[in-house]
Design a binder for this molecule. Structure first.
Ligand code: SAM
Length: 479
């Protein structure tokens, strides 16, 4: 089977493009209560998934495969996902702690990953905590129940007990290693530190937190105020952000499965992060205009711009499978666009020669701005991926610019926090194109979460709303 078209290079370059549209039910903060299903099962399921990510697979691929192989029901799958999210968010610390406790390589890798999982269950301040004796007992049980690990129960017991008996070990490993302290690769931390000398710690801290679930109300169907009332009637409390550009957004106080959202199936609402909701307002498409959405799948922004204006949209994506999701989304919301599988960087293959009034380029990128929603991304990327992705973005920008009408606007977007894919890319574009005028746009939006500071207390100056990290540049073509 050939790789999906949007794979730029091997698995580690996977672009988790569920960036701004949460398509699955959000996971609960804790796995199912251990009295309903023994913890050892979740621990082993998680160890498998963490191992797959360490081998270069994305969780979006590994989770459905493991669930199908293991015949997991929805509860098992949800619990495995929630625990894996927690472990991936703390994998830097767990790896460093395990190396300190057992410097020799651990075989098989499943044993190593079971230990990583158990260690995260023992860490303070994670979303998944159990009594220490339960974790040790269940980790040993996991070994007994797993043929490949049945010899390792004593070893696991010894390693975990040594961890519990070493209260200073965590502070020692975190002081010695950037990866252990910040739970992101060293190069990632250094890139952020250089780019945001005052804010890099906050950016990394937000990546450790479960994000708010943000909704976008389809105001063609129902007003935001009326939808908020409908949510209240279902016991779901929400907050409307004050930013006028986020006039369709509602932030839920607690995440819920989409099935619990009133009118979801009938297209009243979608799930979309606030940072992603700036795109349609900034592009400002007018009724009757011709709009190109060059990298459209899974279609969150395509739908949003159609909710705001009766424009004619051509939605392209290189990936045929993902393009089907654009069609599904539009159908659910009662919207229409022409969808086409094509390489946006090769207009000679698909362009009819008629210029567009608006172009949205939501380009493939590192997805470093959504590391909180996809904690596998930080372990899949390599530093060398960033210039490769930046070159793809440059090629897309240069290929699409000639397709824009004089006086038209092109909005360049990435869900990245790395300057090479944002501010530097935009500056280089302006330098190459004398007919491009920079228009007002937010530039780099850093990820933020309103209620908490790093120590978990109410922050002194809370962020106004929850959002992922996105970059926006708007270029107008001179007439
Ligand atoms: C960031 S995602 C787009 C998210 C989408 N705009 C939304 O809001 O739901 C980037 C998309 O670009 C697509 N892509 C990558 N390279 C492309 C190319 N050369 N031409 C068209 N699509 C491409 C990927 O398949 C992926 O679906």
């Amino acid at each position: 089977m050939s790789a999906p078209l949007w794979w730029i290079s091997p698995a580690r370059l996977f672009h988790a493009c569920t960036d701004n549209v949460q398509v699955t039910s959000p996971t609960p903060p804790n796995p199912s209560p251990p009295n309903l299903r023994p913890l050892w099962r979740d621990l082993m399921a998680c160890a498998q998934l963490v191992g797959a990510v360490q081998d270069g697979a994305s969780l979006a691929t590994a989770l459905p495969q493991a669930a199908a192989r293991g015949k997991w029901d929805a509860a098992q799958r949800g619990a495995a996902q929630a625990l894996t999210f927690a472990v991936l968010r703390h994998l830097g610390t767990a790896r460093a702690a395990l190396s300190a406790l057992q410097p020799k390589a651990i075989h098989p890798p499943l044993l190593r990953d079971a230990l990583h999982t158990a260690l995260v269950l023992l860490l303070p301040d994670t979303a998944v905590q159990y009594a220490a004796h339960t974790v040790v007992n269940q980790a040993v049980e996991a070994c007994k129940r797993t043929p490949a690990l049945c010899h390792a129960g004593g070893f696991v017991n010894a390693v975990l007990r040594r961890f519990i008996a070493s209260p200073d070990l965590l502070s020692t490993v975190c002081a010695a290693s950037t990866e252990a302290r910040w739970n992101h690769p060293h190069w990632w931390v250094e890139t952020l530190r250089a780019a945001y000398p005052q804010r890099w710690e906050g950016v990394l801290d937000v990546a450790q937190r479960q994000p708010t679930m943000t909704l976008r109300v389809n105001t063609r169907r129902i007003s935001r105020a009326d939808y908020q009332t409908a949510l209240n009637a279902c016991g779901l409390h929400s907050v409307a952000p004050t930013d006028p550009l986020l006039d369709q957004a509602l932030m839920l106080q607690q995440p819920v499965a989409v099935e619990r959202l009133p009118g979801f199936a009938s297209g009243w609402v979608s799930v979309q992060d606030a940072a992603a909701q700036y795109a349609a307002a900034l592009l400002d498409a007018q009724p009757g205009q011709r709009v190109l959405d060059a990298c459209a799948a899974p279609g969150g922004k395509t739908a949003h711009l159609l909710e705001r204006a009766d424009c004619t949209v051509l939605a392209l994506d290189k990936d045929v499978q993902r393009l089907h999701r654009v069609d599904e989304t539009l159908r659910r919301l009662g919207l229409q666009a022409r969808t086409q599988a094509a390489d946006a960087a090769r207009p000679s293959d698909w362009w009819d020669g008629r210029h567009f009034d608006r172009i949205l380029l939501d380009a493939p990128c590192s997805a470093s701005g959504i590391s909180r929603r996809h904690p596998d991304i930080r372990w899949l990327r390599r530093a060398a991926d960033i210039p490769t992705l930046a070159a793809v973005q440059t090629a897309l920008l240069d290929a699409l610019w000639p397709l824009l009408q004089p006086g038209g606007k092109l909005l360049y977007v990435t869900c990245s926090v790395f300057p090479q894919e944002g501010t530097e890319q935009a500056a280089a574009f302006l330098a190459r194109h004398a007919d491009a005028i920079a228009s007002a746009a937010p530039g780099q939006l850093l990820p933020q979460e309103p209620q908490h500071s790093m120590d978990g207390n109410a922050a002194a100056s809370p962020a106004p709303h929850s959002q992922d990290g996105f970059f926006y540049a708007l270029f107008t073509k001179s007439s």
